[in-house]
Design a binder for this molecule. Structure first.
Ligand code: MTE
Ligand code: MO
Length: 327
Protein backbone atom coordinates (compact mmCIF):
# COMPACT_ATOMS: atom_id res chain seq x y z
CA UNK A 1 0.00 0.00 0.00
CA UNK A 2 1.04 3.59 -0.40
CA UNK A 3 1.37 5.57 2.74
CA UNK A 4 1.00 9.16 3.71
CA UNK A 5 2.16 9.81 7.20
CA UNK A 6 -0.22 10.87 9.89
CA UNK A 7 1.28 13.34 12.32
CA UNK A 8 -0.86 12.67 15.35
CA UNK A 9 -0.01 9.04 15.16
CA UNK A 10 3.74 9.74 14.77
CA UNK A 11 3.77 11.49 18.12
CA UNK A 12 1.93 8.66 19.82
CA UNK A 13 4.26 6.10 18.28
CA UNK A 14 7.40 7.88 19.46
CA UNK A 15 6.23 7.48 23.02
CA UNK A 16 5.36 3.78 22.79
CA UNK A 17 8.45 2.78 20.81
CA UNK A 18 10.69 4.10 23.57
CA UNK A 19 8.86 1.95 26.12
CA UNK A 20 9.14 -1.10 23.89
CA UNK A 21 12.84 -0.49 23.43
CA UNK A 22 13.56 -0.32 27.17
CA UNK A 23 11.53 -3.44 27.72
CA UNK A 24 13.31 -5.37 25.04
CA UNK A 25 16.69 -4.41 26.43
CA UNK A 26 15.84 -5.77 29.87
CA UNK A 27 14.43 -8.96 28.41
CA UNK A 28 17.51 -9.56 26.27
CA UNK A 29 19.85 -8.94 29.20
CA UNK A 30 18.02 -11.45 31.39
CA UNK A 31 17.87 -14.07 28.66
CA UNK A 32 21.59 -14.19 27.93
CA UNK A 33 22.78 -17.43 26.35
CA UNK A 34 19.56 -19.27 27.16
CA UNK A 35 18.09 -17.55 24.15
CA UNK A 36 20.27 -19.47 21.72
CA UNK A 37 19.37 -22.98 22.91
CA UNK A 38 15.68 -22.23 23.46
CA UNK A 39 15.56 -20.99 19.91
CA UNK A 40 16.77 -24.40 18.69
CA UNK A 41 14.17 -26.23 20.77
CA UNK A 42 11.45 -23.98 19.37
CA UNK A 43 12.48 -24.73 15.82
CA UNK A 44 12.39 -28.49 16.38
CA UNK A 45 8.95 -28.25 17.97
CA UNK A 46 7.87 -26.16 15.01
CA UNK A 47 8.88 -28.87 12.50
CA UNK A 48 7.05 -31.66 14.37
CA UNK A 49 3.79 -29.79 14.83
CA UNK A 50 3.72 -28.55 11.27
CA UNK A 51 3.88 -32.17 10.06
CA UNK A 52 0.83 -32.93 12.21
CA UNK A 53 -1.00 -29.98 10.69
CA UNK A 54 -0.50 -31.47 7.21
CA UNK A 55 -2.75 -34.40 8.09
CA UNK A 56 -5.75 -32.09 8.73
CA UNK A 57 -6.10 -31.21 5.03
CA UNK A 58 -7.72 -31.29 2.57
CA UNK A 59 -11.13 -30.73 4.14
CA UNK A 60 -14.60 -30.87 2.62
CA UNK A 61 -15.72 -27.90 0.59
CA UNK A 62 -18.71 -25.80 1.62
CA UNK A 63 -20.06 -24.43 -1.66
CA UNK A 64 -22.77 -22.27 -0.10
CA UNK A 65 -20.82 -19.02 -0.49
CA UNK A 66 -19.29 -19.63 -3.89
CA UNK A 67 -19.88 -16.84 -6.41
CA UNK A 68 -19.47 -17.50 -10.11
CA UNK A 69 -17.96 -14.48 -11.82
CA UNK A 70 -17.73 -13.45 -15.44
CA UNK A 71 -14.97 -11.24 -16.77
CA UNK A 72 -15.64 -8.35 -19.14
CA UNK A 73 -15.23 -10.66 -22.16
CA UNK A 74 -17.74 -13.10 -20.61
CA UNK A 75 -15.29 -15.81 -19.64
CA UNK A 76 -15.95 -17.77 -16.42
CA UNK A 77 -13.55 -16.85 -13.70
CA UNK A 78 -11.28 -19.63 -12.45
CA UNK A 79 -9.45 -20.24 -9.20
CA UNK A 80 -6.21 -18.28 -8.89
CA UNK A 81 -3.18 -20.40 -9.57
CA UNK A 82 -1.73 -21.68 -6.26
CA UNK A 83 1.74 -20.45 -7.11
CA UNK A 84 0.44 -16.91 -7.72
CA UNK A 85 -1.62 -16.79 -4.53
CA UNK A 86 1.32 -17.95 -2.44
CA UNK A 87 3.97 -15.79 -4.11
CA UNK A 88 2.22 -12.44 -4.52
CA UNK A 89 1.47 -11.29 -0.99
CA UNK A 90 0.90 -8.25 1.14
CA UNK A 91 2.54 -8.79 4.51
CA UNK A 92 4.12 -5.58 5.73
CA UNK A 93 5.83 -7.19 8.70
CA UNK A 94 8.14 -8.83 6.15
CA UNK A 95 8.52 -6.00 3.66
CA UNK A 96 6.56 -3.66 1.45
CA UNK A 97 6.91 -5.62 -1.81
CA UNK A 98 4.72 -8.59 -2.86
CA UNK A 99 7.78 -10.80 -2.70
CA UNK A 100 8.01 -11.58 1.03
CA UNK A 101 7.86 -15.38 1.00
CA UNK A 102 11.53 -15.84 1.95
CA UNK A 103 11.57 -13.38 4.82
CA UNK A 104 8.24 -14.74 6.10
CA UNK A 105 9.75 -18.24 6.26
CA UNK A 106 11.61 -17.08 9.41
CA UNK A 107 8.40 -16.91 11.40
CA UNK A 108 8.10 -19.78 13.89
CA UNK A 109 4.43 -20.81 13.95
CA UNK A 110 4.56 -23.57 16.57
CA UNK A 111 3.97 -23.38 19.44
CA UNK A 112 1.48 -20.60 18.75
CA UNK A 113 -0.64 -19.39 21.64
CA UNK A 114 -3.69 -17.29 20.96
CA UNK A 115 -4.98 -15.20 23.83
CA UNK A 116 -8.65 -14.45 24.47
CA UNK A 117 -9.06 -11.31 26.56
CA UNK A 118 -11.32 -8.40 27.43
CA UNK A 119 -15.04 -8.59 28.14
CA UNK A 120 -15.39 -12.35 28.41
CA UNK A 121 -16.19 -14.70 31.29
CA UNK A 122 -12.61 -15.78 31.87
CA UNK A 123 -9.49 -14.78 29.96
CA UNK A 124 -7.45 -17.68 28.59
CA UNK A 125 -4.85 -18.78 26.05
CA UNK A 126 -4.98 -21.73 23.68
CA UNK A 127 -2.50 -23.18 21.20
CA UNK A 128 -3.59 -23.20 17.57
CA UNK A 129 -3.27 -26.98 17.34
CA UNK A 130 -5.73 -27.37 20.24
CA UNK A 131 -8.05 -24.76 18.79
CA UNK A 132 -8.35 -26.59 15.45
CA UNK A 133 -9.48 -29.71 17.39
CA UNK A 134 -12.42 -27.78 18.85
CA UNK A 135 -13.85 -26.64 15.52
CA UNK A 136 -15.14 -28.10 12.27
CA UNK A 137 -12.77 -27.37 9.39
CA UNK A 138 -14.19 -26.77 5.92
CA UNK A 139 -13.05 -25.30 2.62
CA UNK A 140 -14.54 -22.15 1.13
CA UNK A 141 -13.67 -20.47 -2.14
CA UNK A 142 -13.73 -16.72 -1.64
CA UNK A 143 -12.76 -13.77 -3.73
CA UNK A 144 -10.07 -11.61 -2.09
CA UNK A 145 -10.27 -8.01 -3.24
CA UNK A 146 -7.32 -5.81 -2.26
CA UNK A 147 -7.83 -2.06 -1.85
CA UNK A 148 -5.05 -1.74 -4.46
CA UNK A 149 -7.60 -2.88 -7.11
CA UNK A 150 -6.37 -6.42 -7.70
CA UNK A 151 -8.11 -9.64 -6.71
CA UNK A 152 -7.77 -13.40 -6.47
CA UNK A 153 -10.11 -16.39 -6.07
CA UNK A 154 -8.74 -18.57 -3.31
CA UNK A 155 -9.78 -21.88 -1.68
CA UNK A 156 -9.28 -21.31 2.06
CA UNK A 157 -9.61 -24.02 4.69
CA UNK A 158 -10.63 -23.11 8.20
CA UNK A 159 -13.61 -22.44 10.39
CA UNK A 160 -16.27 -19.87 11.03
CA UNK A 161 -15.29 -16.84 13.14
CA UNK A 162 -18.59 -17.48 14.96
CA UNK A 163 -16.85 -20.45 16.61
CA UNK A 164 -14.33 -18.07 18.18
CA UNK A 165 -17.20 -16.09 19.66
CA UNK A 166 -18.86 -19.25 20.95
CA UNK A 167 -15.62 -20.33 22.61
CA UNK A 168 -14.93 -16.90 24.10
CA UNK A 169 -18.48 -16.16 25.39
CA UNK A 170 -18.25 -12.35 25.27
CA UNK A 171 -20.36 -10.28 27.63
CA UNK A 172 -23.21 -8.22 26.15
CA UNK A 173 -21.19 -5.02 26.74
CA UNK A 174 -18.61 -6.17 24.21
CA UNK A 175 -19.26 -4.35 20.93
CA UNK A 176 -16.03 -4.95 18.99
CA UNK A 177 -13.64 -7.79 18.33
CA UNK A 178 -9.99 -6.67 18.14
CA UNK A 179 -7.44 -8.95 16.49
CA UNK A 180 -3.68 -8.51 16.54
CA UNK A 181 -0.71 -9.98 14.68
CA UNK A 182 2.50 -11.00 16.52
CA UNK A 183 5.16 -8.42 17.36
CA UNK A 184 8.65 -9.84 16.89
CA UNK A 185 11.11 -7.41 15.31
CA UNK A 186 13.88 -10.04 15.38
CA UNK A 187 12.00 -12.20 12.88
CA UNK A 188 9.96 -9.55 11.12
CA UNK A 189 12.50 -6.90 10.29
CA UNK A 190 10.00 -4.30 9.13
CA UNK A 191 8.76 -4.17 12.71
CA UNK A 192 11.97 -2.33 13.54
CA UNK A 193 10.54 0.52 11.52
CA UNK A 194 8.75 2.22 14.33
CA UNK A 195 6.82 4.72 12.22
CA UNK A 196 4.27 1.93 11.67
CA UNK A 197 1.73 1.30 14.47
CA UNK A 198 2.82 -2.32 15.11
CA UNK A 199 1.43 -4.78 15.86
CA UNK A 200 -0.95 -5.00 12.89
CA UNK A 201 -4.44 -4.63 14.37
CA UNK A 202 -7.88 -5.16 12.90
CA UNK A 203 -11.32 -4.62 14.33
CA UNK A 204 -14.81 -5.88 13.46
CA UNK A 205 -18.10 -5.13 15.15
CA UNK A 206 -19.38 -8.17 17.05
CA UNK A 207 -22.26 -8.34 14.56
CA UNK A 208 -19.80 -8.48 11.65
CA UNK A 209 -17.74 -11.10 13.45
CA UNK A 210 -20.89 -13.23 13.87
CA UNK A 211 -21.71 -13.00 10.16
CA UNK A 212 -21.66 -16.40 8.50
CA UNK A 213 -19.05 -15.29 5.94
CA UNK A 214 -16.47 -14.28 8.56
CA UNK A 215 -13.87 -17.00 8.45
CA UNK A 216 -10.63 -17.98 10.15
CA UNK A 217 -8.34 -19.63 7.63
CA UNK A 218 -5.79 -22.16 8.80
CA UNK A 219 -5.14 -23.66 5.38
CA UNK A 220 -5.20 -22.88 1.68
CA UNK A 221 -5.21 -25.05 -1.48
CA UNK A 222 -5.79 -28.12 0.69
CA UNK A 223 -2.66 -27.59 2.83
CA UNK A 224 -1.76 -25.73 6.01
CA UNK A 225 -1.36 -21.99 5.45
CA UNK A 226 2.14 -21.08 4.34
CA UNK A 227 3.79 -18.35 6.41
CA UNK A 228 3.43 -15.73 3.69
CA UNK A 229 -0.37 -16.17 3.68
CA UNK A 230 -0.66 -15.70 7.45
CA UNK A 231 0.14 -19.02 9.13
CA UNK A 232 -1.04 -20.44 11.43
CA UNK A 233 -4.37 -18.56 11.38
CA UNK A 234 -5.70 -15.45 9.67
CA UNK A 235 -9.00 -13.71 9.19
CA UNK A 236 -10.94 -13.73 5.90
CA UNK A 237 -13.77 -11.21 5.53
CA UNK A 238 -14.38 -11.37 1.77
CA UNK A 239 -16.82 -8.43 1.52
CA UNK A 240 -14.19 -6.05 2.85
CA UNK A 241 -10.93 -4.88 1.33
CA UNK A 242 -8.07 -7.31 1.86
CA UNK A 243 -6.31 -5.28 4.54
CA UNK A 244 -9.07 -6.20 7.03
CA UNK A 245 -8.12 -9.88 6.65
CA UNK A 246 -5.38 -9.82 9.28
CA UNK A 247 -2.67 -12.50 9.20
CA UNK A 248 -0.95 -14.60 11.89
CA UNK A 249 -3.32 -13.65 14.72
CA UNK A 250 -2.10 -13.87 18.33
CA UNK A 251 -5.06 -12.38 20.16
CA UNK A 252 -8.81 -11.93 20.16
CA UNK A 253 -9.93 -9.15 22.47
CA UNK A 254 -13.54 -8.17 23.18
CA UNK A 255 -14.04 -4.48 23.92
CA UNK A 256 -16.75 -1.82 24.26
CA UNK A 257 -14.92 1.00 22.48
CA UNK A 258 -13.41 0.82 19.04
CA UNK A 259 -9.63 1.16 18.87
CA UNK A 260 -7.90 2.25 15.65
CA UNK A 261 -6.83 -0.44 13.23
CA UNK A 262 -3.34 -0.50 11.68
CA UNK A 263 -4.12 1.24 8.38
CA UNK A 264 -6.69 3.54 9.95
CA UNK A 265 -4.01 4.81 12.34
CA UNK A 266 -1.65 5.44 9.43
CA UNK A 267 -4.08 7.08 7.01
CA UNK A 268 -7.78 7.18 8.03
CA UNK A 269 -8.88 9.01 4.88
CA UNK A 270 -7.59 6.21 2.68
CA UNK A 271 -8.08 3.05 4.73
CA UNK A 272 -11.15 3.41 6.89
CA UNK A 273 -12.65 1.27 9.60
CA UNK A 274 -15.55 -0.20 7.59
CA UNK A 275 -13.54 -0.86 4.43
CA UNK A 276 -16.49 -2.52 2.71
CA UNK A 277 -15.76 -3.10 -0.97
CA UNK A 278 -17.64 -0.39 -2.87
CA UNK A 279 -17.05 0.37 -6.57
CA UNK A 280 -18.70 3.79 -6.17
CA UNK A 281 -16.38 5.08 -3.47
CA UNK A 282 -12.99 5.61 -5.05
CA UNK A 283 -9.79 5.55 -3.11
CA UNK A 284 -8.61 9.18 -2.90
CA UNK A 285 -5.84 8.31 -5.36
CA UNK A 286 -7.39 5.69 -7.69
CA UNK A 287 -10.68 4.23 -8.93
CA UNK A 288 -12.27 1.23 -7.25
CA UNK A 289 -14.64 0.49 -10.14
CA UNK A 290 -12.77 -2.57 -11.40
CA UNK A 291 -10.23 -5.10 -10.23
CA UNK A 292 -7.48 -7.02 -11.99
CA UNK A 293 -7.20 -10.78 -11.51
CA UNK A 294 -3.74 -11.80 -10.32
CA UNK A 295 -2.53 -14.45 -12.71
CA UNK A 296 -4.62 -13.75 -15.81
CA UNK A 297 -4.65 -9.92 -15.62
CA UNK A 298 -8.30 -10.05 -16.74
CA UNK A 299 -10.47 -7.19 -15.54
CA UNK A 300 -13.67 -7.60 -13.51
CA UNK A 301 -16.28 -5.05 -12.54
CA UNK A 302 -16.00 -4.61 -8.78
CA UNK A 303 -19.32 -5.29 -7.06
CA UNK A 304 -20.77 -3.80 -3.91
CA UNK A 305 -19.57 -5.85 -0.94
CA UNK A 306 -17.34 -7.69 -3.42
CA UNK A 307 -20.40 -9.62 -4.62
CA UNK A 308 -21.42 -10.84 -1.13
CA UNK A 309 -24.32 -8.40 -0.67
CA UNK A 310 -26.98 -11.03 0.03
CA UNK A 311 -25.11 -12.15 3.15
CA UNK A 312 -23.99 -8.83 4.61
CA UNK A 313 -26.46 -6.16 3.52
CA UNK A 314 -28.40 -6.30 6.81
CA UNK A 315 -25.29 -5.19 8.72
CA UNK A 316 -25.25 -1.78 7.07
CA UNK A 317 -28.91 -0.76 6.96
CA UNK A 318 -29.16 3.01 6.80
CA UNK A 319 -25.56 3.39 5.70
CA UNK A 320 -26.14 2.47 2.04
CA UNK A 321 -25.73 5.91 0.53
CA UNK A 322 -22.99 7.01 2.80
CA UNK A 323 -19.30 6.92 2.15
CA UNK A 324 -19.31 5.49 5.69
CA UNK A 325 -19.85 2.25 3.93
CA UNK A 326 -16.25 2.54 2.97
CA UNK A 327 -14.67 4.75 5.63
N1 MTE B 1 -0.53 -8.91 9.60
C1 MTE B 1 -0.84 -8.53 8.37
N2 MTE B 1 -1.99 -8.94 7.81
C2 MTE B 1 -2.30 -8.57 6.56
C3 MTE B 1 -1.47 -7.70 5.81
C4 MTE B 1 -0.26 -7.27 6.42
O1 MTE B 1 0.54 -6.51 5.85
N3 MTE B 1 0.03 -7.72 7.69
N4 MTE B 1 -1.84 -7.29 4.54
C5 MTE B 1 -3.29 -7.33 4.23
C6 MTE B 1 -3.57 -7.08 2.83
S1 MTE B 1 -3.40 -5.47 2.30
C7 MTE B 1 -4.04 -8.05 1.99
S2 MTE B 1 -4.55 -7.69 0.42
C8 MTE B 1 -4.09 -9.47 2.42
C9 MTE B 1 -3.29 -10.32 1.47
O2 MTE B 1 -3.42 -11.68 1.77
P1 MTE B 1 -2.63 -12.77 0.91
O3 MTE B 1 -1.18 -12.38 0.88
O4 MTE B 1 -2.87 -14.07 1.57
O5 MTE B 1 -3.22 -12.72 -0.48
O6 MTE B 1 -3.58 -9.66 3.73
C10 MTE B 1 -3.92 -8.65 4.67
N5 MTE B 1 -3.48 -9.03 6.00
MO1 MO C 1 -4.62 -5.32 0.38
Amino acid sequence: MFIKKNKEWDIYKNITSEKTFLNRRTILKNMGFAAISSNLIMQTANAVSIQNRDSLYPVEENTKYFIQEKDIKDGIRKLTDEYKATNYNNYYEFGTTKNIKRSASKLVTSPWTISFTGMIDKEFGIDIDDLTKKVELEERVYKLRCVEAWSMVVPWSGFSLKDIIKIAQPKPEAKYLVMKTFFDPDKARSQRQDWYPWPYTEVLTIEEAKNELSFIATGVYGKPLPNQNGSPLRLIVPWKYGFKSIKSIVSFEFVADRPKSFWEAIQPKEYGFWANVNPKVDHPRWSQARDKDIGTNKMYDTKIYNGYKQWVNYLYKGMENSSNLYR
